[in-house]
Design a binder for this molecule. Structure first.
Ligand code: NOJ
Ligand code: CA
Length: 707
């Protein structure tokens, strides 16, 4: 049993019940951040945040409003309690072997003076790298339950910051990013809105979190998100382009209610990460620190891993299908699959899956994802009307018993796929049977999916009911010792600390879009500053055949990447679950480059961000958790760049052999993506390497101690 290790160094607690406290102040452990909490003339709770003596957040409102009580106005401060905390904890997997949780805390209790007045506590935690706060609504005589319609929380910025953001949308986050001054963000956001099949774009100028920002003088980097989203809808931010104000916008259900709460209730934490450089934003563990410790006692079955999949061949125009037959074209609502005639293009057939199992076994990859193995895809394709997938009914050409035997004989695991077609209600009905079916057939991980409009129809992908659903699936999966990779789920908020079987999520525009219009190179220089702050992403890197015309059949265009950059993504987009997305035949064509994917770990004992700028570049060094090897990865945007790798992170007195996978001299993501070179060099902690990166390119290094 891997238990969380606590080294409590200092915990002080002081409750100061005061009559009508005027205002309250708190400093971060290093003193650079300063928080002030107050009530204004209308009795509205408010806070402000300073960094190095300058305002980062101007006075901003706090509170929520519900039908049974107003938790936003008419307050005075009743009491204030402070505390300090400093300890280390060990994640089951991640970028660091241990994480320091170090903050000063201020819990401010507000009361309303008038009759039937309510009370609420706002708990603030101020770390060296930012602020977290949440609303704590105690059980109280005048309010028993609360139908929340609005949250008053504001983040009023002091300047026309550069924003790296995607449009507010209740249903999808699979957008490209806008980089814009806050005051001018409306036009580019509008141009992106509603382009996705799941989309329900929010009216007005609204952005999703994690929202990344940089001050106009480039001296302050700010990231706003939330932590521990449990029992509450996801938050977007309405933008006031004139005053630079941001305000909370909760995802409602289709009746306009954001949350149904039974008191006592604690909301998710609202988070503001603040740093004077971009690397510190990437390194921040604030969101994980605000999540609860691991709730799974025995975590020995949770295994970081790499996988291949019967997957990309369905995306790239080889006319391979998820469905077994084309029957839906004639008549939707099939009942007897065994009688259907196969379309001859169904990818999840036993022979094809064995090919992938062989490939995984030969190359030391742990598992094989198979999509389109089960009944229901005909109905789904008939167009998202009444789809129902069956999670214990393999298609006739998918011999699950034979594949279980074959995979086991080759030491490979099969990864289950549950595409629900967004019919979450039906998925919950089938869930236990589906998980038992997995256990009976040797599966220990599942990729879930929610493509389409949610059933129940009252809900959105990021509404309270669905937030509860995704977590329920993960919790129930843990009872069956199953790891989860959820696609089209609400953006993550660090809950994988508490439930580390939640290995990864999609919840952003992933690599699959290279087959559907492409991802410009800057996309992956922004994601680590935004989506990844909530948790690892199943981005599906490893695309070697980047020329779509290679696949024939009318596909044209070029993925927004060089081949070498795809290797770097395993380091710049850290995840305990990494796909090698391309076809086995393409990896065989570039076997020397594929060696890196075979070697690269997915679990780290340490990480050092060496250089970074959102939208431009990232260079990171990481140490393997299971050996003395270090790895370095770097990417750029559409511009060529020279990365400077300073190896002073290496230990004293050890020489390393660096195997360097880099763009070729003439490489370019647009017209020469497959030009790469592999070289070796000796390095030690005194070395510095200037590493050229092609436009849209990247590099990856493996450093092995010299024997
Ligand atoms: C969308 C997912 O992101 C993708 O990975 C999957 O293949 C399809 N849905 C089908 O389930
Ligand atoms: Ca750029």
């Amino acid at each position: 049993m891997k238990r969380l290790m606590y080294i409590a160094m200092l915990t002080a607690l002081a409750a100061v019940p005061l009559m009508a406290v005027a205002k309250s102040e708190l400093a971060s452990p290093n003193g650079r951040l300063q928080l002030t909490v107050d009530v204004n003339d209308n009795g509205q709770p408010c806070y402000k945040l300073d960094f190095d003596g300058n305002e980062v957040i101007k006075p901003s409102l706090l509170g929520l409003t519900g039908r049974q009580g107003n938790f936003a106005t008419g307050f005075t401060i009743d009491s204030v309690a402070t505390a300090s905390h400093d300890d280390m904890w060990k994640p089951v997997w991640g970028e660091y072997e241990q994480v320091r949780d170090h903050y000063n805390e201020l819990a401010v209790t507000f009361v309303q003076v008038r009759e039937n007045g309510v009370t609420m506590t706002v708990r603030f935690r101020l770390f060296d790298d930012g602020l977290g706060f949440r609303y704590e609504l105690p059980e109280q005589p005048s309010v028993n339950y609360l139908t929340v319609t609005d949250e008053a929380t504001e983040f009023n910025l002091v300047a026309d910051n550069t924003m790296y953001c995607i449009p507010g949308d209740y249903d999808t986050d699979e957008y490209l990013y806008v980089t814009s001054a806050l005051s001018k963000v409306a036009t580019p956001l509008n141009a992106l809105r509603g382009r996705h099949s799941e989309s329900h774009a929010i009216d007005g100028v609204t952005v999703q979190t994690p929202l990344m920002m940089k001050s106009p003088d480039s001296k302050t980097y700010i990231n706003i998100h939330e932590a521990a989203l449990v029992g509450y809808p996801a938050m977007s931010l309405d933008v006031d382009t004139l005053t630079y104000g941001l305000s909370a916008h909760l995802t409602p259900d289709r009746n306009g209610v954001a949350a149904y709460l039974q008191l006592p209730f604690n909301t998710p934490w609202r988070t503001v990460i603040v740093a004077d450089n971009a690397c510190d934003i990437l390194a921040s563990q604030l969101i994980y620190n605000l999540n609860e410790p691991c709730k799974i006692e025995d975590t020995s079955w949770i295994k970081p891993q790499k996988f291949v999949g019967v997957w990309w061949e369905m995306f790239i125009g080889k006319q391979r299908t998820w469905a077994y037959s084309d029957y839906y074209k004639a008549k939707p609502g099939v009942t007897d699959y065994a009688k259907l005639s196969p379309n001859g293009r169904h990818a999840a057939n036993t022979a094809n899956v064995k090919r992938y199992i062989d490939f995984a076994a030969e190359n030391g990859l742990q598992s094989v994802l198979v999509e389109g193995w089960n009944e229901g895809w005909e109905d789904w394709a008939s167009f998202l009307k009444n789809r129902q997938f069956l999670f214990d009914k393999p298609y006739p050409d998918f011999d699950i018993d034979e594949l279980q035997r074959y995979a086991a004989s080759r030491g490979v695991k099969l990864m289950m796929h549950h595409e629900t077609g967004a019919n979450a209600a039906d998925y919950e009905r089938q869930l236990d049977r589906a998980f038992q079916f997995m256990v009976d057939h040797g599966y220990n991980s599942v990729k879930t999916g929610y493509v389409g409009a949610i059933i129940p129809r009252s809900e959105y992908h990021s509404s309270q009911w669905m937030v509860n659903h995704y977590l329920y699936v993960v919790q129930r999966a843990a009872d069956f010792k199953i790891m989860v990779d959820s696609h089209e789920a609400v953006r993550p908020t660090g809950l994988c600390r508490t439930y580390p079987n939640w290995l990864a999520q999609e919840s952003a525009r992933g690599g699959e879009f290279e087959s559907m219009g492409g991802n410009p190179p800057e996309h992956t220089t922004i994601l680590p500053f935004t989506r990844l702050k909530g948790g690892p992403m199943d981005y599906t890197p490893g695309l070697f055949e980047t020329r779509l015309s290679y696949y024939g059949e009318g596909k044209t265009g070029q993925a927004g990447t060089t081949l070498a950059r795809q290797l770097a993504l395993y380091l710049t987009m850290p995840s305990p679950l990494q796909m090698a997305c391309d076809l086995p035949e393409n990896y065989r064509r570039f076997a020397d480059a594929f060696q890196f994917i075979k070697d690269v770990p997915v679990d780290w004992s340490d990480s050092r961000y060496l250089e970074a700028e959102p939208g431009d570049y990232i260079t990171v060094a990481r140490k393997d958790k299971n050996s003395d090897d270090w790895y370095v990865g770097g990417i750029t945007d559409e511009n060529a760049r020279t990365a400077v790798v300073d190896f002073s992170f290496l230990p004293e007195g050890v020489d390393y052999v660096a195997t360097i996978y880099a763009d070729g001299k003439d490489a370019h993501y647009k017209d020469n993506p497959q030009s790469y070179q592999i070289t070796t060099k000796k390095v030690n902690r005194k070395s510095r390497i200037k590493q050229a990166i092609a436009p849209g390119g990247g590099f990856a290094m493996r450093l092995t101690p010299q024997k």
